[in-house]
Write a new protein. Sequence first.
Length: 73
Amino acid sequence: MAKKRYDPLWEIVDEKVALQGAEPDLDSYCPNCHVKVHVGPEFKPGDRLECGLCGALSEMVGGVGGPELRLVE
């Protein structure tokens, strides 16, 4: 039997959502309001993200301990 990689409840509506714990948690903090922002593995340095709380536009830079966000001016 193969190990399930997707949440079966989301598969009912034809959505592919990874099971919790199946993908690494990459988090950073918004440089404007300091709220934790989930950065998925699909984001690369140079990509831009918008904070869901304050709406600040940030650019992802490679940090020593993981991804870091820098405000875009």
